[in-house]
Design a protein around this ligand. Sequence first.
Ligand SMILES: C[S@@+](CC[C@H](N)C(=O)[O-])C[C@H]1O[C@@H](n2cnc3c(N)ncnc32)[C@H](O)[C@@H]1O
Length: 230
Amino acid sequence: METGATVAQRESGYERKERDAYMTPAWVTQALVDDLEREGFLPLHGHDNAGKLKPLAIWEPAAGTGQMADAMAGRGYEVFCTDIQPEPGVGFAHDFTEPTLPVLFPAQIGGVITNPPYDQADEFVEVALRMMEARGGLVAMLLKVDWDSGKTRRRFFADCQGWARKLVLLDRIYWFDPVPGSAGPSENHAWFVWSFARRHVGRGASIGYVETPAAERDRLRACKKGKIAA
Ligand SMILES: C[S@@+](CC[C@H](N)C(=O)[O-])C[C@H]1O[C@@H](n2cnc3c(N)ncnc32)[C@H](O)[C@@H]1O
């Protein structure tokens, strides 16, 4: 099955990437973290055995080269990385669709945040929701903007008590820096957020919008003009 990112990049003249290896530009993850902090979903905290408040970690289960994880770590979050085929130095091998937990799984995981391979998005969301519902945690997935549309998706939204927020990206994601003469990307994306923290469950969902930051827009414009090498 072709994925959103795959089609977008092929139409832009790029080669198809294996294993859906489209790494998320930093601003997209930073925009999520900003929004989650503003809306009160982050930072995540839990209690240790003595009842003391302690920070929880985030699991990036399709970490690729770690761009998304780096952006979260850059905002002060502890990130646990796994991937079905981990890049050297970026976390551990683990198939997220398998019903087992990875080796060395830290007990203090409170959230799952990723850009899943699009042909396994349902499975990824399913596994993440099941796991975070049991822990009262958070899930955020970067998906095509209309991913919530469709009868089979009701269970993730209308029928899910943890469904909390949709953060729509008003600009399309450039998965690679553009070169002069290349067409722009063709897919729109959004962050879909679920929270099973007691204070959020059953409260209904909200919507937010975010644009590409000005500095990133200027940089992409310069790439398109050939002023910066892609
Ligand atoms: C779209 S990339 C995401 C990269 C990263 N999340 C980012 O945006 O910076 C998809 C990644 O999912 C991994 N992957 C594919 N199937 C997987 C599975 N079943 N379990 C875990 N990782 C998987 C691929 O190896 C690839 O690195």
